[in-house]
Design a protein around this ligand. Structure first.
Ligand SMILES: NC(=O)c1ccc[n+]([C@@H]2O[C@H](COP(=O)([O-])OP(=O)(O)OC[C@H]3O[C@@H](n4cnc5c(N)ncnc54)[C@H](OP(=O)(O)O)[C@@H]3O)[C@@H](O)[C@H]2O)c1
Length: 161
């Protein structure tokens, strides 16, 4: 069975995704900077088989066929700089990231030099074979050409595309 790592799996988006994937019977690895924090988060969930694994982010990525990035925009660059060598060849990366910051409780958009959070992420993934897909592409079986659009993106690594 494919393994799905969710980096930021302790956060609002990440834990919601992790629980839903897990309830669908998928093998989920909750990634965190601190596995104890991930363990504490998972212990509060209703878990059905298979068991949820927890790991530090680097170990989670190294074991995953699909990695979801569910961390705030501000931190994705240092995170990917650290984890880039750990992604498995042929694995898929999906990001949920919206380029915003919160200052004094107020949300502000971040201007992204690359044009979008998806492109920002793609530029920091392993170069070989990375690609990005608009959300509409997987929804359409006839859409075979990967395109960049907005923040919903997936990069397949090492497939030589
Ligand atoms: N919340 C929403 O409604 C929503 C909706 C759409 C999209 N999004 C996007 O989804 C992503 C996650 O949002 P969220 O609200 O779930 O975020 P969040 O709860 O604020 O944070 C998610 C996780 O990011 C990790 N994190 C925090 N600081 C970090 C750092 N310096 N380095 C590495 N990891 C760090 C933390 O995990 P650990 O402490 O366990 O490492 C945290 O639990 C964001 O990019 C956001 O723009 C959110």
């Amino acid at each position: 069975m494919s393994s799905i790592a969710i980096l930021g799996g302790t956060g609002q988006q990440g834990r919601a995704l992790a629980q839903r994937f897990q309830h669908a019977g998928l093998q989920v690895i909750v990634g965190s900077r601190d596995p104890d924090r991930a363990r504490a988060a998972v212990s509060a969930w209703t878990v059905v088989a298979p068991a949820v694994e927890v790991a530090d982010n680097a170990a989670a990525v190294a074991r995953a066929d699909v990695t979801f990035l569910a961390v705030p925009f501000t931190f994705v660059e240092p995170l990917l700089d650290e984890l880039r060598p750990r992604f498995r060849a042929g694995s898929l990366v999906v990001d949920l990231i919206v380029p915003v910051t919160f200052v004094g409780g107020k949300m502000a958009m971040v201007e992204v030099a690359e044009g979008s959070a998806a492109e920002h992420v793609r530029a920091r993934l392993p170069a070989s074979g990375s690609r990005s897909l608009a959300a509409r592409a997987p929804a359409s079986p006839s859409a075979t050409q990967p395109r960049m659009a907005g923040r919903a993106a997936a990069g397949g690594l090492g497939r030589g595309e």
